[in-house]
Design a protein around this ligand. Sequence first.
Ligand SMILES: [Zn+2]
Length: 189
Amino acid sequence: MSVYPFTHLPSHTTLLSVPQTSHEKFIKECYKLARRSVKRGKHPFSAILLVNNEVFATADNTFTTNLDCTAHAEMNLIRKVQHQISSEDLAQCILYSSTEPCAMCAGAIYWAGIRNVVFGCSAAALKKLAGQPLDIPCRDIFRTAHDKVSVVGPVLEEEGLKIHQAFWKRPIHIESKIKNAAVLVANEN
Ligand SMILES: [Zn+2]
């Protein structure tokens, strides 16, 4: 008997069996969440876990609000669901991310047992706007893994890049102000 409350998902989900319109629908949802994150003082990233074709959990990047450099949207999503869904069942789910998972998140996705990933903007496109220093395509990480991880992306990249174009053009002092505010909050607690 499983210790996880969520079990008995149907047989293996393959990304090839999911229509592109469905991917676009959930990537659009990721972009909506990313826009909301910016309004809340966070970085423009989000992730969604789809279980049985329904949104089971969402997460955003909380680096600016809790000063945790590992708090990427995909990592936060995995932290939310890993005690609710077994890795066997996570293999039947689809993780949607507004942006291609970085090397850290790709590793966590694999270790969590997630085997289906769809992303909006590519890391290569984001790098041109945000200067992403860890520039490794997630497919290169997954290619080295024992179990196959299916990847679809980029999806609706132009739409997602508009969010990043607006965000990363901000003066650098705004970013440091956000960090300083987070430090003050952290020190108060
Ligand atoms: Zn990441």
